[in-house]
Design a protein around this ligand. Structure first.
Ligand SMILES: NC(=O)c1ccc[n+]([C@@H]2O[C@H](COP(=O)([O-])OP(=O)(O)OC[C@H]3O[C@@H](n4cnc5c(N)ncnc54)[C@H](O)[C@@H]3O)[C@@H](O)[C@H]2O)c1
Length: 369
């Protein structure tokens, strides 16, 4: 029997909305019926570009009784409040990352959604892509032997060099940890399961930064979150990872993520992407060999997590880019800062299930039911 598409509204029609609108309109499970923004003119622009029937204000989208799912692409400071308003309006919600600013705000959101029987999901959904699903398959098949640990690194001189509107990426609730950390932490949790405790050290190298990108070139930003973060991360299942994440390093966005097992090393693709390459090294005499991807969705498939949530709404099965996973990621990031402040190892207050692997060989824009 055909599954009824889920009527969906996009809220927040900024930079990232293009790829979401392009992808969400391609998933048969999603019926994007509205595009909303604080400035409605911008919503109108994006709605016209992607043939969305309605452009409106946030309030109008939330009041529309036909809409079941809100995809919230606003800036981090608005994620929690808009998601909570969506839940209180009786709609499930899929947020861009991070889930919310604080653990308290995120907890309230999840509790209210649970009480109303609604679902909360959250980016990143890159772990649903072909690259990481291939890695997960190798890990589950025992190809790596016993998981030992991982190193994750994202170092760059910062989005003030390329983003058209970079100021929000340095405000409270953003910075490299909250902006980029979710990609790395979500990947690690999706491979190793929940985190038990973390340590950390942080610094802010440039208390003032000058925007180098247009159209705000020359404006000065004062970071509200640390811009260089180093952390040691321990998982309940045993592996130990290190995470270095920085907007203070003279490098052109150099992401790297490697996973170590007793029988081999996997070099993973950029967790901000969906594809490969995935490289396996299991012989000291030879270099790594590239592994053929076993799963679909190797292209930029942002919005796939919202589609997975829409399937969950219709079938009752769990969704993968879940609020519980995003809460665990948020809790981890706050714990890293707390560890840095106190000089102590911090135990996490949250946990989550490792998201279920996707079946191999599925068609594009289709998911398991
Ligand atoms: N730009 C990227 O490459 C990228 C990549 C991945 C994730 N993200 C995430 O996506 C989110 C949005 O990023 P962006 O780059 O599109 O930002 P942006 O500033 O370009 O767009 C944000 C949009 O949200 C609207 N908005 C802000 N506050 C609002 C509110 N309270 N109510 C209604 N609308 C509001 C703004 O008018 C704007 O149109 C952020 O959480 C960011 O971390 C961005």
């Amino acid at each position: 029997m055909a599954i009824q598409p889920v009527k969906t509204a996009i809220i927040g029609a900024g930079n990232i909305s293009d790829i979401y609108l392009q992808n969400c309109t391609a998933w048969p499970i999603l019926d994007v019926v509205a595009c909303a923004n604080r400035t409605v003119a911008r919503a109108e622009q994006q709605a016209a570009k992607y043939n969305i029937p309605r452009a409106c204000s946030v309030e109008e989208a939330l009041a529309d009784p036909q809409i079941e799912l809100i995809v919230n692409l606003t800036v981090p400071a608005a994620h929690g409040s808009i998601a909570l308003a969506a839940i209180r309006a009786g709609k499930s919600v899929y947020n861009e990352k991070p889930l919310a600013m604080s653990r308290e705000e995120a907890r309230l959101l999840l509790d209210e959604a649970h009480a109303r029987g609604l679902l909360v999901g959250c980016a990143p959904d890159t772990f649903l892509g072909a690259g990481l699903q291939t890695c997960g398959g190798l890990l589950d098949a025992g190809t790596l032997g016993q998981p030992v640990g991982a190193t994750a690194q994202m170092i760059t001189r910062g989005p003030d060099y390329w983003h058209p509107n970079p100021a929000f990426l340095f405000e409270r609730g953003a910075g490299p940890l909250f902006d980029m950390g979710p990609y790395y932490l979500t990947w690690l949790i999706s491979l190793f399961g929940p985190i038990s405790q973390v340590s950390g050290a942080v610094r802010t190298t440039y208390p003032e930064r000058t925007i180098h990108s247009e159209p705000r070139r020359g404006e000065v930003i004062r970071p509200e979150e640390p811009t260089h973060v180093a952390s040691l991360i321990e998982f309940h299942s045993g592996p130990i990872a290190t995470l270095l994440i920085s907007f203070d390093v003279w490098d052109m966005y150099a992401p790297s993520l490697s996973v170590y097992g007793s029988a081999g090393t996997l070099t993973l693709p950029d967790p901000n992407t969906f594809g490969g390459p995935v490289t396996l090294r299991s012989d000291m005499a030879e270099g790594g060999r590239e592994i053929a991807l076993t799963h679909s969705h190797a292209e930029n498939s942002r919005g796939m997590g919202a589609a997975d949530l829409a399937y969950a709404l219709r079938t009752g099965r769990p969704h993968r880019a879940s609020g519980a996973l995003a809460f665990h990621v948020l809790d981890t990031m706050h714990a890293i800062l707390e560890a840095a402040r106190t000089g102590r190892r911090v135990e996490l207050i949250s946990t989550c299930e490792r998201p279920a692997p996707l079946p191999a060989g599925m068609a594009e824009h289709q998911l398991d039911v």
